[in-house]
Design a protein around this ligand. Sequence first.
Ligand SMILES: Nc1ncnc2c1ncn2[C@@H]1O[C@H](COP(=O)(O)OP(=O)(O)OP(=O)(O)O)[C@@H](O)[C@H]1O
Length: 344
Amino acid sequence: MITFENISKVYGTKKQPITALDDVSLTVKKGTIFGVIGYSGAGKSTLVRIANLLERPSDGKVFIDDVDLTTLSKTKLRQKRNNIGMIFQSFNLLQTGTVYENIALPLKLTGIPKKEIKERVKKYINVVGLEDKLHAYPSQLSGGQKQRVAIARALAHEPSVLLCDEATSALDPDTTDSILNLLEQINNDFGITILLITHEMHVVQKICHEVAVMEQGKVIEQGSILNIFTEPKTETTKRFVHSLFNEQVPESILKDLKLDGKVITMSYVGDASGDPALALVSKKFDVYPSILSGRITQLKGEPYGRLVVHLKGSDEEVELSINYLKEKGILVKGYNNEVDINAS
Ligand SMILES: Nc1ncnc2c1ncn2[C@@H]1O[C@H](COP(=O)(O)OP(=O)(O)OP(=O)(O)O)[C@@H](O)[C@H]1O
């Protein structure tokens, strides 16, 4: 478990102090994958670096498994850090060492016996699927392979927590997905708590249980992945969600459509299915639905669909249709404002 309690961070610069974090409190539950998303400068990197005190907060406390890191002596902190793995966007591998050495050397520095080091390297290089690259140098590996080595190096300390600082940002989409699958597998198999920061909604959508959205050093929204996707409240969160669905309808078309009926956003998870419900709506009520945009994706492994639909018809029939869709377990919102439609 990771707990940030009233964390603030002010960087003293020559010009003026910069508040990177402003009273941030967050709890990452044991065994979960927690994503922190935000645009550049929101304070994400500062937050994740505070989780192992690579950066000291100006104010507040940070707990890893109930131990307040800010109160530990240097020696105790060094020991505790062995329990906190970290991977970076730039991999941070030792260029002059082989894959084996990259994983083994940090273990040696913590005083682990030779035999155990060998066993751990073997075990964790297998977990990341690079057993045939043990004697390769980082320069001989692809970006995805380098990140796998970094993950094996972190896992070899058998941490309870893994921090990921934009771990997939330097990778192409397919490699990103394979690294995210690996992180999910590690979370499942070893129960390691994962805190990851990213500026990509795709990353959050794919593997996180919970997400916090940051802006200007503050957490502006937080919730389960489902909650954030289906009920985004702040403009920034809505922008992140929309970035995945690319469902903009041109304003001129929207204006005409609104003259005759309503434009709605339907979202549904798992078994509730949008398409058949829409077909039934047109049979049951005097409305003509047309799909303006639609996409089905996976939210942490569950199907999640979003459709932008024009319901053409009288106000009364449209209201009845919306009620019907809601009864079918579909979340219905007004298009573009995400405001709940209170069909009576
Ligand atoms: N060492 C530092 N000295 C001074 N200011 C800093 C330092 N590190 C970060 N900042 C400032 O703190 C704010 C938050 O930066 P941070 O890197 O945490 O944000 P971020 O959300 O991770 O953004 P990015 O994705 O661009 O790294 C920014 O205004 C940044 O300029």
